[in-house]
Ligand binder design. Structure first.
Ligand SMILES: Nc1ncnc2c1ncn2[C@@H]1O[C@H](COP(=O)(O)OP(=O)(O)OP(=O)(O)O)[C@@H](O)[C@H]1O
Ligand SMILES: [Mg+2]
Length: 253
């Protein structure tokens, strides 16, 4: 990863998403724009139900938007890559090569050990994948839990296994949904340190969070309200809306 100037790695442009359930339409995202920069930890905040997970899944190429587009920038030194209209196969290739995704509910495979869960997305030799997985488990403080099944791990440990899995293919963009939701202060600090380390390697790290300590430590904070984003300046004091959302977010660098 390059440590050169800040560059946008991934963009959502004019993204809209609605769900219709039992005849009632819910407009979750309305023309939302977001540019995700390499070298930065970006926090996405907003009240519960504001659409953070929906947006993250759209950025992660797991859900297509109804309108708008998701674009990877400057990939492999080439021009922008518009993901609109790509086949499932193309999307899966992009996801595997460029994205690490940490799900809000972890999505670990229950029949596999922590080590196998982390190594599974690695496309190369099994032994190499497992060696990388061991290193990553050590990086998230779980060197001694490699052989545990997910059911034999605490919630916070499962969360850290999910992060290690997201890193197995060395992705330039990491998208994590509430990655510190189940952690004590020590593990939270370890992960925050790791996220900044990953950003320091030039990666874009995007964290959805309700945790004021996480957003306060982020380089960028974007508040999702009424279906779209507004950047939150580091020097601004908390607005009425932010206080209402309970994020307590005051700042971004
Ligand atoms: N598959 C679906 N069908 C219908 N409505 C949905 C669906 N998925 C999400 N929604 C609705 O979209 C809205 C946004 O959901 P989303 O999960 O993106 O919120 P969130 O900001 O991540 O909330 P939280 O902080 O609680 O995780 C919610 O009101 C939810 O009820
Ligand atoms: Mg969510």
């Amino acid at each position: 990863m390059s440590e050169s100037a800040v560059s946008v790695l991934l963009r959502a442009e004019g993204v809209s998403k609605s769900y219709t359930l039992r005849g009632r339409r819910v407009d979750v995202l309305r023309d939302a724009d977001l540019a995700v920069e390499g070298g930065m930890v970006t926090a996405l905040v907003g009240h519960s139900g504001s659409g953070k997970t929906t947006l993250l899944h759209i950025l992660g190429l797991l859900t297509p938007p109804d309108r708008g587009r998701v674009v990877f920038d400057g990939a492999d030194g080439g021009g922008p890559v518009d993901t609109t209209g790509m086949s499932d196969r193309e999307l899966a290739d992009l996801r595997r090569g460029r994205l690490g995704f940490v799900f809000q509910s972890y999505n670990l495979l229950p029949q596999h050990s922590a080590l196998r869960n982390v190594a599974l997305p690695f496309p190369g030799r099994r032994a190499e994948g497992e060696q990388r997985a061991r290193d990553l488990l050590a990086r998230v403080g779980l060197a001694d839990r490699a052989d545990h099944l997910p059911s034999e791990l605490s919630g916070g440990e499962q969360q850290r296994v999910a992060l290690a899995r997201a890193l197995i293919n060395d992705p330039p963009v990491i998208l994590a949904d509430e990655p510190t939701g189940n952690l004590d202060t020590d593990s939270e600090e370890l992960l925050l340190g790791l996220f900044h380390e990953l950003a320091g390697e030039g990666r874009a790290v995007v964290l959805v969070t309700h945790n004021p300590a996480v957003s306060a430590a982020a380089d960028r904070v974007h508040l999702l309200e009424r279906g779209a984003f507004a950047p939150v300046g580091r020097t601004e004091t908390a607005t009425e809306t932010e206080t209402e959302t309970g994020t307590g977010t005051r700042s971004s660098k």
